[in-house]
Design a protein around this ligand. Structure first.
Ligand code: KG4
Ligand code: ZN
Length: 341
């Protein structure tokens, strides 16, 4: 079956075509430039951009896959969680397409899709479910930070999540404090390169707590106090780089330690990671080192699949349909606060 997938949960308008686990096309139109001016995602603007871009992005995905709408065997879209009006654009368009084509429609949980993106790889990309292993999955982006026990294919249990800011949000807010453009994560990583990550000592929130939850707002606040008490740091390039490296080290240490600890406790042999923050090289390196030390297999989502995309939505939707899950009704509503079970 050839399946079209659409993702519009936040600030990426994305469409992909998948077939038999293969990603035939994966088109993403990012709105980062637009929102940068406002220092964060403006939901109303995001929605207008989705409305403007969804049709051309979808047409491009079909063209790149060399597929016509008539050849589609189904349509999937992100149902939630995300920005309500943004979700509505993608979900309702997908339902309308499925109605017009008289094909099944599937509403997909955005975070559940992230869980399987580390299993997509290669060129051209394809999902490798034959090597699937039960794992602990770290989903870490601007909107979410969570640990999930993926016990089997399509079977998972949420272990913990952030009680306040997401890790990416912390990168972005610290970036803002030091005057970096939105989103701060990638820019902060650049500044942190090769700087002393022990120059500043920032808190590692919940590092030693026995749960699998995260908290990053206290870390951001301690950076704010540090800069309030030592405003001269901002005028000193070396100190700014050291500050960036120290913040990054704190975030990475918490993410890596808690992920590996959960994997050992649950006795799984594999760790996976996805979400925008997984683009961070320090996180990738530290996770690799910690997993190697603990004898755990590590599967990191490829960088192009770390950030939001429709390929992961399509791959999961196809898997669900192949495993016998029934399609969603054509009047399915968005679920903006849909919690991962
Ligand atoms: O998954 P994503 O594109 O969107 C959602 O939030 O769902 O993730 C974006 C987040 C932003 O907070 C951004 O700063 C962060 O991922 N990010 C990074 C890096 N690349 C993206 N954070 C740290 N280092 C990076 N290299
Ligand atoms: Zn995401």
């Amino acid at each position: 079956m050839i399946l079209l997938a659409i993702e519009t949960s936040c600030d990426e308008t994305a469409a992909a075509v998948v077939q038999a686990g293969r990603v035939l096309s994966n088109v993403v139109s990012s709105q980062i430039q637009l929102h940068a001016e406002y220092g964060g995602v403006v939901p109303e603007l995001a929605t207008r951009e989705h409305l403007r871009n969804l049709a051309p992005v979808t047409q491009t995905a079909l063209r790149q896959a060399n597929v016509t709408a008539a050849q589609l065997g189904g349509v999937a879209a992100t149902r939630g969680p995300g920005l309500p009006s943004a979700l509505m654009v993608g979900l309702k368009s997908a339902e309308a397409m499925a109605f017009a084509l008289r094909k099944p429609f599937l509403g997909i949980h955005h975070h559940e899709a992230h869980l399987y993106s580390p299993w997509i790889g290669g060129s051209p990309p394809a999902a490798d479910f034959s090597s699937f292993q039960p794992n602990v999955s770290l989903v870490v982006s601007g909107g979410h930070t969570m640990l999930v026990h993926v016990e089997a294919e399509l079977k998972h249990r949420l272990l913990g999540s952030t009680v306040d800011d997401a890790a990416g949000e912390c990168f972005d807010k610290v970036g803002k404090l030091i005057g970096l453009p939105y989103p701060g994560g990638p820019a902060l990583e650049k500044l942190a390169e090769e700087a002393n990550s022990q120059a500043f000592v920032f808190p590692r929130p919940l590092l030693h707590d026995a749960n699998d939850d995260f908290s990053f707002s206290g870390l951001k606040t301690s950076v704010r106090y540090c800069l309030r008490d030592h405003p001269e740091i901002l005028g000193d390039g070396k100190r700014v780089r050291e500050l960036c490296a120290s913040v990054q080290a704190a975030i990475v240490e918490v993410l890596v330690t808690k992920t590996v600890r959960a994997a050992r406790r649950l006795n799984v042999g594999c760790v996976t990671a996805s979400g925008g923050v997984t683009c961070n090289l320090a996180l990738r390196k530290e996770l690799a080192a910690a997993c190697q030390k603990a004898g755990l297999l590590l599967r990191l989502a490829e960088k192009s699949l770390c950030t939001d995309n429709a390929a992961m939505i399509g791959i999961l939707a196809e898997r669900k349909l192949l495993c016998g899950q029934s399609s969603s009704p054509l009047d399915t509503e968005i679920a903006a606060s849909w919690a991962l079970a």
